[in-house]
Design a binder for this molecule. Structure first.
Ligand SMILES: [Fe+2]
Length: 296
């Protein structure tokens, strides 16, 4: 029997001009008190992909790493889309700064007691796959290439049945309540793939409003808010925790109390956990697949 993980899910720090320094400082105090198994930051760690913003984000991540392993992925704000629109100069310039601070791996995988956490890159700058008919979506929307989903599926295959399978991507996969927007250009296809890849939970952000829901009443989705003054509807900032039992998965919202300058537990949503058949012993004893770990 594996132990029950507690995952802290943070998103959209946007280190830079809109960052709320007080609540970020309090995150560094409050998160260790939760004794998390892992901490996941689902993209948009910077506002404009500037060196100073990355340095601030890296300092934040390094402090959190004293508490638990941290997995970070790039969001659309962390991609220098102007350096190579439509991939004209290759993909290298898009992620050069991100990689300088957070390592080569753009889709890291992390295994912790009770959970396997695997990410998929949805932030590709100005790319054909992310285009919609709305010009305002340029460099904002994302897409999930098939090869990213294949990798997720491969990672989730043949891990013990009681391990929580957690997929991470930046763009929101459920419609934002206030924004009424999806984060992905081809969201129906992405939802179908996320359901099929075997994920129990999807962690995402981008919408700047917290959420908890399911894809087709099956795959649980945790959407974390932002730690800036750019929340939807000027609502308080929220990050989430995700916990699970044998039969359920719980998304807990933790809300910034502006009056008392504190993080407080807010509402929670509990969902039934998908049942999985245990892997036959001969398959379980097969050599483990290669697991990449977060760098930087
Ligand atoms: Fe974003």
């Amino acid at each position: 029997m594996v132990s029950a993980p507690l995952l802290v899910h943070i998103s959209d720090l946007h280190c830079g001009v809109h960052s709320d320094m007080e609540q970020v400082a309090q995150l560094e105090v409050f998160v260790p008190e939760l004794e998390p198994t892992a901490i996941i930051i689902s993209g948009d760690i910077t506002q404009r992909s500037r060196h100073g913003e990355y340095q601030r984000a890296l300092a934040f991540v390094q402090r959190l790493e004293r508490t638990a392993p941290v997995i970070v992925i790039p969001g659309n704000h962390d991609v220098a889309w102007w350096a190579s629109p439509f991939g004209l100069r290759g993909k290298g310039p898009l992620y050069a700064k991100y990689r300088r601070y957070f390592g080569e791996t753009l889709s890291p995988v992390l295994e912790v007691p009770g959970a396997i956490i695997a990410s998929a890159l949805s932030s590709h700058g100005v790319a054909f796959g992310s285009m919609t008919w709305n010009l305002r979506d340029t460099a904002v929307k994302g897409h999930v290439p098939r090869e990213e989903m294949d990798r997720l599926e491969e990672t989730f295959q043949n891990v013990p049945a009681d391990l929580l399978r957690v997929a991470v991507l930046h763009h929101n996969v459920l419609r934002g309540e206030i924004s009424d927007r999806m984060g992905l250009a081809h969201w129906r296809r992405a939802q179908r793939w996320l359901k099929e890849c075997g994920a129990d939970v999807v962690l995402c952000g981008h919408d700047h409003q917290e959420g908890a829901g399911q894809i087709d009443r099956q795959t649980v989705v945790s959407t974390a808010g932002t730690h800036t003054n750019r929340t939807r509807g000027k609502r308080p900032s929220v990050f989430n925790t995700v916990t699970c039992g044998p039969d359920s998965i719980t998304v807990q919202h933790i809300r910034w109390d502006r009056d008392f300058h504190k993080w407080r537990h807010g509402t929670q949503a509990r969902f039934a956990r998908q049942k999985r058949k245990p892997i036959p012993p001969d398959e379980e004893s097969a050599p483990p697949q290669e697991v990449l770990s977060e760098e930087g």
